[in-house]
Write a protein that binds this ligand. Structure first.
Ligand code: SF4
Length: 452
């Protein structure tokens, strides 16, 4: 059997692309290899949104080159965002690379690998919709519904790596969802760089918004998507987050009560330079709106620290938003200039040390609010989806609540990945919960879903 190893960097969109690559390669007889030394084909699926991620991918390339030196029959490919923008430069800088491809042409992998066919064991071509190597065909899956972005925030490389925004048709999306639920998927995450600007045209030519699409998912969850229990989406732009989307959290039982809504900075002058087209106050009003419809919603966000020109006061404005919203989690990043963007030309005037200090302060500051939110679950019976043994302690398993909170609970020989169970929460930190299993068959108290 031919084996492929794909090393993925970046966000869930890249994870999804990796799954798509595996699917395309399965038609050529490839199965996923557990490690690169067991693979005939090694692929790096890179991300260039952050400089750190790009550097990691390039240093990994060096390690894979050493494997290829030991076994020259291995084929080494570099794909994803960095491949898209830096393709020819990479080929000349790393001559040991066999081929480079971008985010938009991974479907051509069968042609790209054709010249290496005779180096590998022969394979019968298969026409598979969901290959064995697609691991998420267990309980959780991603579906990309939009690709690319038209927003052109001044710091972001995505419009250059992924191109202009494109929405898939609702029919296509539902077809993929049906294939997944038939294979046992119970939780689907709808993906896009700017997923809430989704605007897909159906067969009749009518436009479908993200809200309309989720209503279709809800309706179909009893028909073609039977078995679907949880729906999520990421990532959203505050500008496109409207009242329909807020109301959906109270209206659609299948939609999990969790929202990731990046605000990036609490300073209006920084937001203007970022070309985000909202203010801190309009962001807070949208949060207020969603909490009106769903008071128990769990929220998370992205923040960029040390954007060019960010003053201490700007940074404190960011802390003020964190305090007002009370997020479950924040994902904070130090600003770094990315090629092709507007901000690349600006002086990166917040020193590395200052950025590091602000990030630390932010993380410490957030802990209080994270702990407060997580502690709200203590004493509740919550639904979790089991995800597998804990990575740090073999005596525990982890599960995830509808609010995306991780729960640790003692291992039980009967546990199965993807199973939905109820736990009683007895302890919490700022980033995880401790629970004990409620025996199957015990019906959760009324309202258990709302506290999950
Ligand atoms: S909306 Fe998001 S993906 Fe689009 S340019 Fe801005 S940061 Fe990048």
């Amino acid at each position: 059997m031919r084996k492929v190893f794909i090393q993925t960097y970046g966000c869930q969109m890249n994870e999804y692309d990796t799954q798509q690559m595996l699917q395309v390669l399965a038609t050529k007889g490839f199965e996923r290899a557990e490690s690169p030394d067991k693979a005939h084909l090694i692929v790096i699926n890179s991300c260039s949104v952050r400089e750190k991620s790009e550097n990691k991918a390039l240093s990994q390339l060096g390690r894979f080159a050493a494997l290829k030196k030991q076994d020259p029959s291995k084929v080494l490919a570099f794909g994803g965002c960095v491949g898209q923008t830096e393709g020819s430069k990479l080929r000349s800088r790393y001559p040991f690379l066999d081929f480079v491809f971008g985010t938009n042409n991974y479907r051509d992998l069968p042609e790209m690998i054709s010249e290496y066919e005779n180096q590998w064991p022969s394979a019968e071509e298969e026409d598979v919709l969901l290959p064995r190597s697609r691991p998420e065909a267990q309980a959780q899956a991603f579906i990309t519904i939009t690709n690319g972005c038209d927003k052109f925030c001044s710091y972001c490389i995505v419009p250059f790596t992924r191109g202009r925004e494109y929405s898939r048709t609702p029919e296509d999306i539902l077809k993929e969802a049906a294939a997944l639920t038939q294979k046992g998927v119970q939780e689907i995450m709808l993906l896009g760089q700017n997923v809430n600007s989704y605007w897909g045209k159906n067969k009749q030519g009518a436009f479908t918004s993200l809200y309309d699409l989720m209503v279709l998912f809800q309706e179909e969850s009893e028909k073609s998507l039977k078995g679907l229990k949880r729906l999520r989406y990421t990532t959203s732009h505050p500008r496109d987050f409207d009242e329909n989307l807020a109301r959906a959290f109270s209206e659609l039982p299948v939609l999990c009560e969790y929202l990731h809504l990046p605000f990036q900075s609490g300073s209006d002058s920084v937001l203007r330079k970022m070309r985000r087209f909202y203010t801190a106050d309009t962001y807070l009003k949208k949060i207020e709106m969603v909490k009106r419809y769903r008071p128990d919603i769990a929220l998370s966000t992205d923040i960029i620290v040390g954007f060019p020109g960010e003053t201490r006061q700007d940074f404190e404005d960011t802390l003020r938003v964190i305090k007002e919203v009370e997020f479950d989690n924040i994902y904070a990043f130090k600003y770094s200039a990315r090629p092709y963007t507007r901000s690349e030309a600006w002086v990166d005037d917040v020193s590395f040390d200052e950025k590091a200090d602000r990030i630390q302060e932010l993380i410490q500051f957030q802990r209080t609010f994270g702990a407060k939110k997580y502690k709200e679950d203590i004493g509740n019976m919550v639904e979790i989806m089991l995800e597998g043994p804990s990575k740090t302690n073999a005596e525990f398993w982890t599960g995830r609540t509808r609010k995306n909170r991780v729960v640790h609970l003692p291992t039980d020989a009967q546990f199965k990945v993807g199973e939905l169970r109820y736990t009683k929460i007895f302890d919490a930190t700022h980033s995880w919960l401790s629970g004990e299993l409620i025996p199957s068959g015990i019906v959760p108290l009324q309202g258990a879903r709302r506290s999950a």
